[in-house]
Design a protein around this ligand. Structure first.
Ligand SMILES: *[C@@H]1O[C@H](CO)[C@@H](O)[C@H](O)[C@H]1NC(C)=O
Ligand SMILES: *[C@@H]1O[C@H](CO)[C@@H](O)[C@H](O)[C@H]1NC(C)=O
Ligand SMILES: *[C@@H]1O[C@H](CO)[C@@H](O)[C@H](O)[C@H]1NC(C)=O
Ligand SMILES: *[C@@H]1O[C@H](CO)[C@@H](O)[C@H](O)[C@H]1NC(C)=O
Ligand SMILES: *[C@@H]1O[C@H](CO)[C@@H](O)[C@H](O)[C@H]1NC(C)=O
Ligand SMILES: *[C@@H]1O[C@H](CO)[C@@H](O)[C@H](O)[C@H]1NC(C)=O
Length: 834
């Protein structure tokens, strides 16, 4: 079926630009779901003392000139020479005490990273390089203390790389510096093959605009700055979040579904020089400029008071994140927006509390399903075809191939762009998606559809409830299983004790009775407070009575729940699963997951599509809630998977290559509230315990950052005797494809190709096949089979030193108390320093 739509092709750049984002628009903000990962290029250029002294003054001069233009009245950024931007950033100093305090706070947060020990000494074949986060922070701490790091930008960049080396989408600090000054390449790159099966090549987008697959006029890129393009892109994308090196590779390039410009184009950090060269197959080498951008506030010249690095430190960075200084605040807001597009926030809690409050005031129940969907309307990710149905927030689109191809096909397509809207003000996100999927499946049944392609390309996750619901709508008879656990250490243990006491069995039962299946309209003020407490307890998953064991049964004792369970040289809680029938655990009184609560009767519905008639299509990103959903489909239903893109080679590639952690927890939005709940309700026994609390409980940051987060819960396959987090398995997709020019821009062309491979005449994929695939869930011992490597050469090995485990489990340096492995990943011997 390939080539069926060739006649209708629009120009490549035309489509992407019109749909998603203006290129060269003078604004450095990223498109929807564009990666905001740091870039890996070593900074080749080192500013001299006089460069540093004049950097911010030069930016301020450019600002003054820009302020006189008419554009200044509306722009959020103005162009600057990249070098002076970098000079300015590097000249931002730091105050030792403030920087040390910040690192100390980060180290407390890192105690909650569920995979801390696995990262420090990754399992064989995980594909993860050793990344000892506590050891790395210790090194940076010492470097600040000894005076070998004196630039804030330098420290920030190195912390960023340390965390990014974990390739864990739930682990990050959302810095504001890239909102002050950032960088951009003059164009995006794409990576395409002539037929989707032969090896792809890298092109400048505009070089292949408006052309057909088999007659690409542009010349492919062979080198970037004289380095082989393959190695150069691998290096550029090394610090991307996905643990799959192929998903990281894809991040460099422009795509349409998801709409993004790619991390070759969007550069939050200085690329290392002002220009770059590309060498093409035809032998031409051309030099191109990068562009810098500095932040602007419409109608103001903010740089009038930011003429030195010291000014930036004093006014924008060395201020608490609660600072009401308007520019400090504005930058946090911009940083949060940039992060929203990555969909790795945790919207569940805020939603639960906000909606209860609104309902208390007598408003805001979800409208009926028909008002939560739209028919036959355009959908941003799929130019050229409109879905039959979509939710009002454009999270999912449901298509029937016959509608646009007119070929009598019985294939339906569900495009799940995320598990949350990208618009934070969107209403009734979970209800709207539930309604759209339900109506789509009903229409598919009415039309006697046989086959289903589930497209989750670019899906970075979102509401966990939405992922469970999507699964139970597709498999009404199934009980979804996701075995999760939390890292056990003195702070998580203290939270668990506090939540389990405060929201005990009586409180849980009392609240559920008072809610009575309603909307909380009859709760007293005291009960509303209890409900809020229960929302935090539920979010934390550290309340014995708001979570269930691996057999979906209540825990019989606190120890039975919290552990500690020693695994892999670390301690964890017992395996916890989601109490899907508990309205407090689900957290939205106006919503039940299909198959539970008020939607329990759906369990008797027939399964809409047979397992062998479903294919899951990814680009390797599938992360977080998508990772949970993908695991349900693959592990419980043996649904075959197709992955598109990745490094040009003939190897297998992972379908689910983004974080497989099941929950993110944010420092300021969540953890500080947990601490406050403990400290408002319990007193330390003595001065010594007070000291311990100060050492283990996160406190507000003293530096102006937007947010920081860790992966809170692992996902553990029940049949895995090693209890290794799924994060450390790269499981091969059954079929691997590459993009062509047509399938990159037009999702329906890719769907046609997948359809042909799964149920039509086509047979072999670029690697593997769909037709004869047997989904591999593990070896003969039940251990998942990983295609990752940790030895030999290549991007997945040899970066970072092997940590020297000291054997210490509790490390008390007087200043720090760490629970976990220590040291010593250094920047000295590792090939790739942080
Ligand atoms: C070589 O290819 C590049 C990229 O398509 C193009 O810009 C350049 O003009 C070509 N050079 C020659 C000599 O044709
Ligand atoms: C959507 O479009 C199809 C085909 O044009 C049409 O048959 C159908 O009635 C439309 N559905 C709605 C709900 O508008
Ligand atoms: C709330 O109280 C009203 C008035 O007593 C009652 O009619 C209603 O059923 C109650 N709602 C719930 C969910 O219990
Ligand atoms: C695990 O917890 C036990 C009990 O609290 C403790 O004795 C042990 O040192 C801990 N192990 C690690 C690796 O932290
Ligand atoms: C969940 O609750 C419904 C009714 O509220 C009940 O019918 C169903 O059996 C319960 N399911 C489980 C797994 O407890
Ligand atoms: C799939 O299996 C069938 C029957 O065993 C065989 O005839 C066919 O060649 C196989 N196809 C591929 C692509 O391996």
């Amino acid at each position: 079926m390939i080539g069926k739509f060739a006649a209708a092709l629009l120009s490549l750049s035309g489509v992407v630009n019109a749909v998603a984002f203006p290129q060269n628009s003078g604004t450095p903000t990223t498109s929807a779901r564009a990666s905001a990962a740091p870039n890996a290029s070593p900074s080749a250029y080192t500013p001299s003392a006089s460069d540093l002294a004049s950097g911010c003054a030069n930016v301020a001069n450019a600002a003054a000139a820009f302020a006189r233009t008419s554009g200044a009245r509306s722009a959020s950024a103005f162009p600057i020479d990249p070098k002076i931007g970098y000079d300015c950033l590097q000249s931002i100093p730091l105050t030792k005490d403030a920087a040390l305090d910040f690192i100390f706070e980060l180290s407390k947060l890192m105690q909650f990273q569920s995979t801390l020990t696995y990262l420090a000494r990754p399992p064989a074949k995980s594909g993860q390089d050793p990344m000892d986060i506590l050891g790395g922070l210790n090194n940076l701490y010492n470097s600040v203390q000894s005076g070998s790091i004196t630039s804030w930008n330098e420290l920030e960049t190195r912390i960023e790389r340390l965390l990014a080396g974990a390739h864990e989408g739930h682990l990050y600090v959302q810095w504001i510096v890239p909102q002050i000054i950032s960088f951009q390449a003059p164009f995006s790159l794409i990576d395409i093959s002539t037929d989707g099966k032969s090896q792809p090549k890298v092109y400048v987008v505009d070089d292949v605009a408006g052309q057909t697959n088999d007659n690409l006029q542009g010349s492919a890129i062979t080198q970037l700055n004289g380095q082989d393009i393959l190695a150069a892109i691998e290096e550029l994308t090394y610090y991307e979040q996905s643990q799959s090196p192929d998903a990281r590779w894809n991040a460099a390039f422009q795509s349409q579904n998801p709409p993004k410009q790619g991390s070759f184009y969007v550069r939050p950090r200085y690329p290392g020089s002002n220009t770059f060269t590309l060498t093409f197959e035809n032998g031409t080498t051309t030099e191109y400029p990068y562009q810098g951008y500095a932040f602007n506030v419409a109608g103001q010249n903010v740089w009038a008071s930011l003429g030195t690095g010291q000014d930036i430190w004093d006014k924008l960075i060395n201020v608490p994140p609660t600072s009401s200084n308007s520019n400090a605040k504005r930058l946090r807001k911009r940083a949060l927006e940039a992060n929203k597009q990555r969909r790795t926030q945790n919207p569940d809690l805020d939603n639960a509390i906000a909606r209860l409050q609104k309902r208390q005031s007598g408003s805001n129940s979800a409208p009926p399903p028909a008002q939560l969907v739209a028919f036959n309307a355009t959908f941003p990710d799929t130019p050229g075809v409109n879905p039959y149905i979509q939710d009002i927030n454009q999270v999912v689109g449901g298509y029937f191939m016959d509608d646009y191809a007119g070929d009598g096909s019985t294939t339906a397509i569900l495009d799940i762009t995320g598990f949350a809207p990208s618009d934070e003000t969107a209403q009734f996100a979970t209800q709207a998606v539930q309604a759209a999927v339900q109506m789509f499946l009903a229409e598919a049944k009415r039309r006697k559809m046989q086959k289903l392609i589930i497209d989750v390309r670019g899906n970075g996750g979102g509401f966990v409830n939405m992922g469970y619901d999507m699964y139970t709508q597709l498999f009404p008879g199934s009980q979804p299983y996701s075995g999760t656990r939390i890292r056990f250490h003195p702070a998580s243990e203290k939270f668990a004790e506090a939540f389990t006491q405060l929201v005990n069995e009586d409180v849980v039962n009392g609240l559920i009775r008072a809610i009575g299946g309603g909307m909380g309209e009859n709760l007293s003020n005291a009960q509303v407070n209890q409900y809020q407490l229960a929302s935090y307890a539920s979010l934390s998953n550290l309340d014995q009575f708001l979570t269930v064991d691996e057999d979906a049964q209540p825990f019989t004792s606190f120890t039975d729940f919290v552990g500690p369970v020693p695994v892999y040289g670390d301690n964890f809680t017992h395996i916890l699963t989601y109490a899907l029938n508990n309205t407090l655990a689900v957290g939205d009184l106006d919503y039940d997951i299909t198959g539970y609560g008020r939607r329990a009767s759906f369990r008797n519905n027939p399964q809409p599509f047979a397992n062998e008639d479903i294919v899951l299509l990814t680009d390797g990103v599938c992360a977080s809630t998508c990772g949970i959903f993908g695991e349900f489909l693959r592990n419980q239903q043996k649904i075959r998977t197709v992955v598109v893109g990745g490094r040009p080679n003939t190897e297998q590639s992972a379908a689910i290559g983004g974080t497989r952690g099941t929950q993110i927890i944010q420092h300021t939005a969540h953890l500080l509230n947990f601490v406050q709940i403990v400290e408002n309700n319990f007193q330390p026994a003595n001065a010594q315990e007070q000291q311990q609390w100060d050492n283990i409980f996160p406190r507000p940051f003293n530096i102006n950052i937007a947010e920081a987060a860790v992966n809170w819960k692992d996902n553990i396959r029940r049949t895995d005797p090693t209890n290794t987090p799924l994060q450390f398995y790269l499981e091969a997709a059954d079929c691997r494809l590459f993009y062509t020019r047509d399938t990159l821009v037009y999702s329906h062309n890719l769907w046609a190709m997948v359809d042909g491979l799964a149920w039509g005449a086509d047979t072999n994929c670029a690697v593997g096949s769909i037709k004869n695939a047997t989904v591999v869930l593990g070896d003969s011992n039940g251990v998942p089979v990983s295609i990752g490597t940790t030895s030999g050469s290549g991007m997945n090995s040899g970066y970072g030193d092997t940590p020297q485990l000291t054997g210490d489990k509790t490390i008390d340096t007087g200043l720090w108390i760490w629970y976990g492995v220590r040291d010593s990943l250094g920047s000295s011997n590792g090939k790739r320093p942080y």
